[in-house]
Design a protein around this ligand. Structure first.
Ligand SMILES: C[S@@+](CC[C@H](N)C(=O)[O-])C[C@H]1O[C@@H](n2cnc3c(N)ncnc32)[C@H](O)[C@@H]1O
Length: 215
């Protein structure tokens, strides 16, 4: 999935991945991360997700990363907020109170830019990327977050019936990306109502990734 694919999606408002309500797994399971108040949560490939607002309302700080500047502008505009825009190493960061959203390719961001990260919330990010990018993506998150705990949401379905994104990422693959650094626990799995794009049965899983050293 190259940048143009996503820019085109935002340009055409073809954003079926965007949820108008808070993800139910976030509500139910984020507390499993056992974070202190004011912890800073990295939301990779964040789009204009309202889940970030939920995190803020729960007393966390948020740092997002999103390729498409229009998506980031929409996130703030839809809430009537005028963000401050700063630049660092050629990338723009949109900030307001406890949220910073970096505009650009996640792979080009560095720890110096992103700053403190205490946890990661991955919804529609790992599964948005094709197989050949997912290992580099997982390693990038480990680097940026210093193996902070994660709440990760994935789909599992027959990839031969439906082409992603979202891609099918099963238990074995989640483990292959993360088991060296994390204890990987599936917290819940449920059927996707209506299946994947109405074409085949699909499950949605939520995973807790706990740093092996602090678990
Ligand atoms: C499937 S959407 C999910 C958005 C969000 N996580 C949500 O739950 O609504 C994937 C998003 O990742 C962004 N994206 C794709 N590749 C990216 C990259 N390399 N760096 C930063 N953002 C990226 C796309 O522009 C798109 O908004």
């Amino acid at each position: 999935m190259h940048a143009d694919f996503w820019h085109q999606k935002w340009l055409n408002n073809d954003i079926g991945f965007h949820q108008s309500v808070v993800n139910p797994f976030l509500n139910t399971h984020f507390s499993a991360l056992n974070l202190k108040p004011n912890s800073r949560v990295l939301v990779p490939l964040c789009g204009k997700s309202g889940d970030m607002v939920w995190l803020l309302a729960e007393g966390f700080r948020v740092v997002g990363a999103e390729l498409n500047e229009g998506a980031v502008r929409q996130f703030f505009a839809e809430r009537g907020i005028e963000p401050e825009i700063s630049s660092f190493d050629g990338a723009d960061c949109f900030s307001y109170q406890n949220i910073d959203i970096w505009v650009g390719d996640l792979f080009a961001l560095t720890s110096d830019m992103i700053g403190q990260v205490d946890a990661v919330y991955d919804r529609a990010a790992l599964v948005a990327l094709p197989a050949e990018m997912r290992s580099d993506y997982a390693n990038k998150l480990i680097e940026l977050s210093h193996s902070s705990p994660q709440l990760l949401i994935t789909y599992c379905y027959d990839q031969s019936v439906v082409a992603g994104p979202p891609f099918s990422v099963g238990a074995a693959e989640v483990a292959s990306h993360y088991h060296q650094h994390y204890r990987v626990v599936e917290l819940e799995r449920k059927n996707v109502a209506g299946g994947m794009k109405g074409k085949c049965a699909a499950d949605e899983s939520v995973w807790l990734l706990e740093n092996r050293e602090s678990a």
